[in-house]
Design a protein around this ligand. Structure first.
Ligand SMILES: [Zn+2]
Length: 184
């Protein structure tokens, strides 16, 4: 297979940050639009099938597991820079409670908090858009969720948090389960 993207040029770090900043501003505008009840696209609206996302993500991670590390870092930046405004609270349990309805509001999953204290938390996702209904491939594929959650919780708490997926529908489990650890 000939790959036209082989050796894609890599801009200077400053230029990459400038582009990321432009995107962050554009995404913030998109969220404001949505709050006003407007859609980004005039005719097709903002919703589309979850197959689009899950096929790309799961095959990416199954065929190129090395991408998980990068996806976690990208997710972390999305959570830290774009999504963390959505949650409130000073302590980890407060932050977890504030975060809980978001997954359902965007039809990503039903979220349940299993336990939460100052240093750690465990939460579950039922009917996760990324992995629900996938066969047991002995893998945990909801890496973006873990990264986004880590970025959001770290920013909201002002302390570094790590989020690890412990259970996943792609691993034969009936739901996804995530462990949040405050590492500061
Ligand atoms: Zn999962």
């Amino acid at each position: 297979m000939k790959n036209p993207y082989k050796n894609s040029p890599r801009p200077e770090p400053d230029e990459m940050e400038r582009r990321a900043d432009m995107l962050r501003a554009a995404f913030a505008d998109d969220y404001e639009k949505s709050e006003r009840g407007e859609s980004i696209r005039p005719r097709l609206g903002d919703l589309m099938s979850i197959q689009y996302m899950r096929e790309r993500q799961t095959l990416s991670f199954v065929l190129h597991p090395e991408l998980k590390e990068i996806a976690y870092e990208i997710g972390y930046r999305i959570g830290r820079d774009i999504c963390s405004d959505m949650i409130r609270g000073k302590t980890l349990p407060e932050i977890m409670q504030s975060n809980r309805p978001i997954a359902e509001n965007i039809s990503y999953a039903f979220e349940e908090i299993v336990e939460a204290d100052e240093k750690h938390a465990v939460y579950r996702h039922y009917e996760c858009a990324d992995c629900y209904g996938l066969p047991d491939i002995h893998d945990k594929v909801c890496v973006y969720e873990a990264g986004v959650a880590a970025g959001m919780f770290s920013e909201a708490l002002g302390k570094q948090c790590t989020v690890t997926e412990l259970k996943c529908c792609a691993n034969g489990d009936p739901y996804c389960e995530f462990l949040v650890e405050v590492t500061d």
